[in-house]
Design a protein around this ligand. Structure first.
Ligand SMILES: Cc1ncc(COP(=O)(O)O)c(C=O)c1O
Length: 450
């Protein structure tokens, strides 16, 4: 290793605190040191490359290294570097309009920076909306789902239903509870009925909102059955509960439609967006509300009815300018349609080629795909965390970065995650499928015959 890289790795070990990482392992197994990225690939300084089959953290939807986005950022920074969102600027206004047009939604867009913050805003909006709506004063509870992920801040973590993310950080924000989410591979529980039962048990007049990801992403790529979301919508309507859709991952084409909920023909009351909004080139998130929700915040000036919330960097001019151009690229290159087509062919190829005794289920929607590994196909007992981690590590050694779930439910660290950029070529898809196929064979033994 050249001197400088060794030096940098040493500085890393002595200075950085990496997320989700046991640092005692880093001296013997340091993180990949990446210098540049282009298209679907990450490169180190020796020119070695890795296929980024998770688009960073499923955010780099248009692929890496788009000079056009760098140019927009530079131009915007020179023109107007920063402005608080209490004032107005062209890229922010036009991006908000564009999002509403894509949604076909009459409403308003509140900008923040991260997905967690977008969800925090959603919870506060839901509570304040009810307080300012006749008959709603007692509604404060937020129902989330087991295995759902909504972020790392205390409210978003309270809504999150993933065991390992929560352990040790108690107590959580009061008023959050969880119901079961559909997991068609493992359970046929009627989860919409479970939601209604929870609302009734809590007393509907105390429930402000239900939050869910249209497809649970980090919790294991759980695609709900077709009737689930329409029934959830009906149940929320019946009980005066707001439906918050966390589209932080599923927004902007990841599932092969512009927004995840477009697959099911239902509209949320509040929606949160991040990741694909600027394809990760800039940090930006948004909370979108229906017109009726926004209107409840309107009153004579001087009172407390307005939304009393601010993010210093929310709706940053550079981030919104980059996001606008990112959405233009997605439209110009037909990338949502491409995500749908590539998603279908990739899912089909994975199902066909991963005919391996430890592959229990291959599922997904668009370019959001999960491969559930099991010890035994008949019992569906999950593969151990160590065995699953070995497959992921082997893929990385062979030049392909795939993700995996980490204890989203106790003992369920067994789902490989594939979510490549929408620009993935046929050759790159072949490299991805071939590498996973070979990694399974090398680490877990031979494929099924035939
Ligand atoms: C569905 C979902 N919601 C919210 C978040 C939190 O976003 P952030 O990490 O930007 O705070 C994530 C992050 O992965 C996510 O997957």
């Amino acid at each position: 290793m050249p001197e400088t890289e060794r030096d940098l790795s040493q500085v890393d070990l002595e200075s950085l605190w990496h997320p989700m990482t046991q640092h005692s392992q880093l001296a013997s197994s340091p993180p990949l040191f990446i210098e540049s990225a282009s298209g679907s690939f990450l490169y180190d300084r020796h020119g070695r490359r890795w296929l980024d089959a998770v688009s960073g953290l499923w955010c780099v939807n248009v692929g890496h290294g788009r000079a056009e986005l760098a140019e927009v950022a530079r131009e915007q920074m020179e023109k107007l570097d920063y402005l608080p969102a209490t004032l107005s600027h062209e890229p922010g206004v036009l991006l908000a309009r564009k999002i509403l047009d894509l949604l076909g939604f009459d409403g308003r867009v509140y900008f923040a920076v991260t997905g967690s913050e977008a969800n925090e805003a959603a919870f506060k909006i839901a509570r304040q909306y009810h307080r300012q709506t006749p008959g709603g004063a007692g509604r404060y509870k937020i129902i989330g789902r087991h295995r759902g992920y909504h972020g790392n801040t205390m409210g978003a973590l309270s809504a999150t239903g993933q065991e390992e993310r929560r352990q040790g950080y108690e107590p959580f924000v009061p008023g959050f509870l969880h119901v079961e989410a559909p997991d068609p591979y493992r359970s046929d529980v009627d989860c919409a009925a479970a939601l209604e039962a929870a609302i009734l048990a809590e007393g509907a007049e105390s429930v402000a909102a239900f939050i869910m990801e249209p497809v649970i992403a980090g919790g294991g790529v759980l695609v709900p059955p077709p009737e689930y979301l329409p029934r959830v919508r009906e149940i929320c309507d019946r009980h005066g509960v707001l439906l918050i859709l966390d589209e932080v991952v599923t927004g902007f084409g990841r599932t092969g439609r512009w927004f995840g909920h477009h697959h099911w023909g239902v509209e949320p009351d509040i929606m949160t967006l991040a990741k694909g909004i600027a394809s990760g080139y800039m940090p930006l998130s948004a909370t979108v509300v229906r017109r009726e929700i926004f209107d409840a915040f309107s009153a004579e000036p001087g009172g407390l009815e307005h939304f009393r919330h601010i993010n210093t960097y929310g709706g940053h001019p550079v981030a919104t300018a980059v996001a606008r151009r990112n959405l233009e690229i997605i439209e110009r290159e037909g990338l949502v349609e491409r995500a749908a087509e590539k998603g279908r062919s990739l899912l089909e190829a994975l199902r066909r080629r991963l005919d391996h005794p430890q592959v229990g289920d291959v599922r997904g929607l668009g370019l959001l795909i999960g491969i559930e590994l099991v010890r035994d196909r008949a019992t569906r007992e999950p593969l151990s965390v160590e065995d699953t981690a070995r497959v992921v590590k082997r893929c990385a050694q062979e030049g392909v970065i795939v993700g995996r779930t980490i204890n989203t439910a106790p003992s369920f660290s067994n789902v490989l995650i594939v979510a490549p950029p929408f620009t993935l070529s046929d050759d790159e898809a072949e490299l991805l499928v071939g590498t996973i196929e070979a990694a399974l064979a090398k680490e877990l033994g031979a494929s099924l015959p035939g």
